[in-house]
Design a binder for this molecule. Structure first.
Ligand code: URA
Length: 220
């Protein structure tokens, strides 16, 4: 019996729709086009954002990047000098360390996860973004998360955690903890250290690896 006859026979005994691998691949392709297109439209909507003073000193807005179908979204603080120049998040030293750990612990390439920041513009001199800057940028991150619908948001450092959970926290006390995302409680929020902190405090690497191990279990 050929493929068409087999499909017909299966439909005859109650299967509703028979998909060929080709059709599934095409469907997957068009879905990933969808999220990609939605993200591109979203990014175009704030490419020229002037909601806070960071626009005065930035080179460009730094959007998130990676796989829009990733089960995990990593959220950092804000672009640094390298990111501001290149227009991509986590491309400097901290980013290289993060990529290495994602490969080693999760067994994934950077392009297979999604990476973004709470603040999309570089604060001058790499200072921490202010609460006003974080608040004015948050709707952009919220929409990014709505489009991607990850299983887990992994917050890198206190600023990311505070932006996502909307409350003050001490990262050394809460790292490794998991909370529901306030805007969509089925999404889990895992808190861990910022990679730049680990580069300054190499002893924290062990805990970071432990947290990424937890992340691996959460994404399944
Ligand atoms: N630190 C961050 O928090 N984000 C980046 O994109 C780079 C460094």
């Amino acid at each position: 019996m050929g493929i068409k006859e087999t499909a017909k026979a299966l439909e005859g005994i109650g299967f509703r729709e028979i998909y060929s691998m080709e059709k599934l691949e095409r469907q997957k392709g068009s879905q990933s086009e969808d999220r990609k297109r939605l993200l591109e439209e979203h990014f175009s909507s704030f490419r020229d954002c002037t909601k806070c003073d960071l626009h005065k000193s930035r080179t460009q807005v730094v959007f998130g990047d990676g796989d829009p179908y990733s089960p995990v979204v990593f959220v950092g603080e804000a672009p640094g000098e390298d990111e501001d120049i290149q227009g991509r998040p986590f491309v400097g030293r901290a980013g290289k360390y993060l990529n290495k750990k994602i490969e080693e612990v999760l067994g994934l390439k950077r392009e297979e996860v999604y990476i973004t920041n709470v603040c999309k513009c570089r604060p001058p001199g790499n200072r921490k973004p202010t609460p006003v800057e974080i608040r004015s940028c948050f709707p952009y991150l919220k929409k990014e998360i709505e489009i991607i619908q990850p299983k887990v948001i992994c917050c890198l450092g206190a600023t990311a955690g505070e932006g996502i959970l909307g409350k003050k926290l001490s990262i050394t006390k809460v790292r490794g903890n998991v909370y529901p995302y306030p805007y969509d409680p089925k999404i889990k929020v895992l808190l861990t250290y910022h990679p730049a902190y680990i580069l300054r405090n190499p002893a924290a690497d062990r805990e970071f690896v432990e947290d990424l191990g937890k992340l691996k279990d959460l994404i399944g």
